[in-house]
Design a protein around this ligand. Sequence first.
Ligand SMILES: [Zn+2]
Length: 272
Amino acid sequence: MSFTSKGFPMMLTFDLDCETMWTARDPDAHKRPILMSQGAYGWKRGVWRVMDVLKRHEITSTFFVPGQVVEAHPEVIEALLKDGHEIAHHSHTHRWIVTLTPEEEREEMELAQQAIIKATGEAPRGWRSPAAEVTDVTMDLIKEYGFSYSSNFFDDDAPYFLKVRGAPIDCVELPFRYINTDSPYFQFAKILPGRTITSPPQVVDTWSWEFDTLYAEDRMMVTAMHPEFIGQPSGAIVLDRFIQHIRKHDNVWIDRCDRISADMAAQMKADA
Ligand SMILES: [Zn+2]
């Protein structure tokens, strides 16, 4: 039985980190304009190409955007909303959560929350951590802010209600795994030793194999991509071909995380 009333859940999600991808690692990164320009590709070029691919396939999706990026690029947020995409919470500065004090964690949560409300007119429904870490404080904040879904953990191919300090809350976890993200294949920089760039067709194959297995098992799939990488010319072809592969299958629901997670929550409550 499917986890939703509309078929196999497929969520193509995007983290629009832009320059925060680098300033989160090193606060002095803004003094390195060429490094910063790798992030700028996201809002200047990548996100527009991603929007083109999604529009061609008539897909609405979720974009996790740091508050600083929301504030710096209102034209991007406006265009995403116009195409029917969802803006979700991805911290304010993208600083790595394990380096923050509890006060800083709260500030990260609140500043981005306000930036998104100001830009979109509504509170974000979902939250994704920068750099894949949480603390007990983070979990308390997810509960306090009333997010209806989170997409953070790597422990399953099925949705479940998130637990905070041992007790389940009304927030659907949408787990994913590194193999279904684009950064391990395409994030290359002089300051990240040991990284190489994967041949784009290999990524289409990898994600298609993941999809085929999950589809056959009637699980779910979440991909997490960055317009800085997947919005490059060959990346857009990866995205396009992966969507073409998905579309060869019946009974697949490709949509925004807020819509799919709401349907999942209703199903899980009905089954309980
Ligand atoms: Zn990110």
